[in-house]
Each structure stands twice: as C-alpha cells, then as structure tokens.
Design a protein around this ligand. Structure first.
Ligand code: GRF
Length: 199
C-alpha cells in the first residue's frame, strides 16, 4: 500500500475528454491523484491537454510493433510501471490488451465503454443501437478482464435515443454522461466501493 494519495494512470488514444474529466475530479479530499497520462499515439491531442494540466505524459507508438502485440505491451509497461500506479483507467484507449497484460492489473483497471453493456461490446456501438431501433443508449464503466468489454459493471448512465439521431449526435449525448459517470465511479472505486452506480 503506497502512502499518500492513490496513484492513477490514464491510458488514452485520442482527444482525452474522459481523461480531462477524470483529472479535474481528482482534487481536494479525493483519495487519488493522476500520476501519468499514457498514449499509444504520440500525436494524441489528449497528451497535450494532460501536459497543460501539469500531468506527466508518455507515448509508445504502437505502429512500429505491427503484429507484435507482446512487444508493444512490453514497451507500454515501462513508463506505466515507472509511474507506480495503484489504479489504471482506460479512457478512449483503442488498443486491445492481451490477457497477460491485463492479469498484471486485474481488479484495479477500469474502462469506459460507450454502450449499456452487455449490449454492444466492441466498436460502432451507437450505430448498432440506432440500427436495432433502441430507444435508449448510454455508457458503462467496468473492471477490465481478459474478455473484451465483459468485466464487472461499476456504473452505467442512460440517454434517450431521439428519432433524428445519427451515430454522431448520439455519441455526443453519451459523451456528456461519460464525463459525469467515470469520475464518480473512480471516486467510489478508490474508496473501496464497488457497488454499481446507476446515473
Ligand atoms: C468515447 O466515446 C469513449 O466512450 C470511447 O472513446 C471515445 C473518445 O473518448 N472509449 P475520449 O474523448 O478520448 O475520452
């Protein structure tokens, strides 16, 4: 058990809007603090946003490792382990991690997924909800296990699907809820509370 606040590493691939929401929430009496923002894309906008907020950043470009998933993950582990994280938050992180990687952090790695799991694991979740004629959609924060998007649910937030919705308009509405849900679930998680939060 590290003394002082719990250390949270956040993995991103793009804009990092969920990372920003998480970083902004870890202040005051929050028992955790962000210690690293790590991306598989050195050009990820979220790295710049993290640096502007004074958070240490690192990037390991996955492209040179094409096909060598283990090699990429070994490179990713170096800055990640150097940050001595207690909790890892995947936030818009778009690489699939191997069971070997995940088992090193099982029970302390979270992810946010833009659907009401167990519906629509994987990609294109909003278009799939529209194609199915769903009247509601949303997002899920879950513990990460080897099976993709299948770990214990820690929180969900729902939004209505409107008749004129496109995948983009629905994604925008869900993203607002992601930014509410993820920080709230993380706050409970680091306090040892794993009862699912339904917003
Ligand atoms: C969001 O839709 C999130 O659900 C998914 O990645 C998208 C972008 O997230 N995981 P962010 O803005 O990079 O946090």
């Amino acid at each position: 058990m590290t003394d002082g606040p719990l250390r949270v590493a956040i993995l991103i691939s793009g804009g990092g809007s969920n990372m920003v929401a998480l970083v902004r929430s870890m202040t005051g009496d929050h028992p955790a603090r962000p210690v690293l923002v790590l991306s598989n894309d050195p050009a990820a906008k979220g790295l710049q946003r993290a640096a502007e907020m004074g958070i240490p950043t690192a990037a390991v470009d996955h492209r040179p490792f094409r096909g060598d998933r283990a090699g990429f993950e070994a490179a990713l582990l170096r800055p990640l382990l150097a940050a001595r994280p207690d909790v890892i938050c995947l936030a818009g992180f778009m690489r699939i991690l191997t069971p070997a990687f995940i088992q090193q952090f099982q029970g302390r790695m979270l992810n946010i997924h833009p659907s009401l799991l167990p519906k629509y694991p994987g990609l294109h979740t909003h278009q799939r909800a529209l194609d199915a004629g769903d009247t509601e959609a949303g997002c899920t924060v879950h513990e990460v296990i080897a099976d993709l998007d299948a770990g214990p649910v820690l929180g969900q937030a729902r939004v209505p699907v409107l008749p004129a919705d496109t995948a983009d308009s629905l994604a925008d509405r869900v993203l607002v809820q992601e930014h509410r849900l993820y920080p709230e679930v993380l706050r409970r998680f680091v306090a040892g509370d794993r009862t699912p939060l339904i917003l």
